[in-house]
Design a protein around this ligand. Structure first.
Ligand SMILES: O=C(O)CCC(=O)C(=O)O
Ligand SMILES: [Fe+2]
Length: 338
């Protein structure tokens, strides 16, 4: 039994060279001929098979837009708690502010993390909106923060473009037609989060709190922008935690559980966590490239080698997410604290 009063010390992650989490330049993926695109896709596939994480440079997202999105992130969390709670997510409408997360069933991530959650805004007469509320209820926009809504709309539109580029690279790297994943992304349940990790109360090891508890991402893949505070740690090859240190101007990409299923386990969905050990608050912005509500996720047939079994039974992604969010909202059963 552990003594509840003894603070848990989070062992510092090992610093590893950028070679272990490769930095892949997307320039030739964006502008090259098929042969060039294939070369980049092969590097991506190699990273997905071995680490499940990689950095991207040359992604085409303007640094000024990233800075503006960080500005919106900070502006939201600079607000007093009561003001943040005005856009709080609820059990019926789970877009918006999530003040706290408890370690829950179904993979909910516990820790000191606070979240502002956006998804895709679809037209009101879209059949998915009509039939599947609350999954497709609109975003909770924050009208009183100047520029917040415009910045986030622009940023999310750019992230959709980057996400489409990456899923085409995953397909190429798997030896599939470039558009193989596209039919799963017609009205995707993407999630753009603005995350806030408060700074630790002191630099003593016992004051370092878990920010996001260890977990794997549930979607297909994640496009993460982190600030320069550091703290993201990757369960590299299941051996030890290694720091995915911030590299200015790059995104961190990681494989999630759905891509692991699609690839019959060839691409690995790797454990990770966040511990803010810096002297300042940490901000990050993951975009979860989740597929459509109606997607049935099964291994791509040609990736199941003859004579081997398909490792993953078919899964209805929308029902899975519905369940996941509901469990993740269990914190609403107890009143959130400032
Ligand atoms: O904030 C980060 O760096 C990572 C967050 C994360 O892993 C998540 O939200 O799934
Ligand atoms: Fe994650």
């Amino acid at each position: 039994m552990t003594d509840q009063n003894t603070p848990r010390v989070y062992d510092k992650a090992k610093d590893i060279s950028a070679n272990e989490i490769p930095v892949i330049d997307l320039h030739r993926l964006r502008h090259g001929m098929l042969r060039d695109r294939q070369a980049v896709a092969d590097k991506i596939a190699e990273a997905c098979r071995t680490v499940g994480f990689f950095y991207i440079s040359g992604h085409g997202i303007a640094q000024s837009l990233i800075d503006d999105a960080f500005g919106a992130n900070k502006a939201f969390f600079d607000q007093p708690f009561e003001k943040r709670m005005e856009s709080a997510a609820t059990k019926d409408w789970w877009r918006g502010y999530v003040p706290t997360k408890q370690q829950g069933e179904g993979g909910a991530v516990g820790g000191s993390i606070q979240t502002y959650r956006f998804m895709l805004d679809l037209p009101e007469d879209d059949p998915d909106v009509v039939m599947r509320k609350p999954m497709h209820l609109p975003n909770r926009w924050v009208d009183h923060l100047p520029g917040f809504n415009d910045t986030m709309q622009t940023y999310m539109a750019e992230m959709e473009v980057l996400s489409a580029l990456l899923r085409r690279a995953f397909a190429l790297g798997l030896g599939l037609p470039e558009g193989w994943f596209d039919p799963f992304y017609r009205r995707p349940l993407i999630q753009q989060s603005l995350l806030f990790y408060p700074k630790p109360p002191s630099q003593r090891e016992e004051d370092f709190q878990i920010g996001a508890g260890e977990h794997r991402d549930t979607g297909a893949f994640t496009i993460l922008m982190q600030d320069d505070a550091g703290g993201l740690e990757v369960g590299h090859l299941e051996q030890e935690w290694v720091a995915a240190r911030p590299i200015k101007g790059t995104y961190v990409i990681n494989i999630g559980d759905m891509m692991m299923r699609w690839t019959n386990g060839r691409f690995i969905s790797t454990m990770h966590r966040v511990v803010n050990r810096s002297v300042k608050d940490r901000y990050s912005m993951p975009y979860f490239a989740n597929p459509d509500y109606d997607s049935i996720i099964s291994p791509v047939p040609c990736l199941v080698e003859p004579g081997t079994t398909n490792a993953y039974p078919p899964l209805h992604f929308g029902q899975f997410m519905d369940d996941f969010y509901k469990k993740g909202m269990s914190y609403l059963d107890t009143a959130p604290a400032a």
